[in-house]
Design a protein around this ligand. Sequence first.
Ligand SMILES: [Zn+2]
Length: 120
Amino acid sequence: MKIASVLKIGRKNYTVYGEGDDWFECNFELSSLSFGNIEKCELCQSDNLTLRAREAGKKKHKYVEVYCINCKGAVVFGRMQENPKIFYLRKNDKKKPDWRAFNPKQTDEDLENMLNNDKK
Ligand SMILES: [Zn+2]
């Protein structure tokens, strides 16, 4: 069986599916996306957002982010260390989504530090 849910990222709707042999498995798969709708960019308040999968840095780090087309800011999804299939929205010290302004000088090291900071 298969269940569907709709995720709203800015103005866009993404249909996501959970698939499995039973109700538990379907919901278990769907709950690997451990975050809710993302209405707007918290840097510029625009709803002109999109999802991007990126491969960056010398070590080709793979990650997914919500990207603001308006101000080029982004918030990156983290992955649970013990189960990398579980994605969550990275939060800052104030428990708010960790939106980061576009930084043309971001180094490989910055990227690595951010991505290696995943929840255990
Ligand atoms: Zn923005």
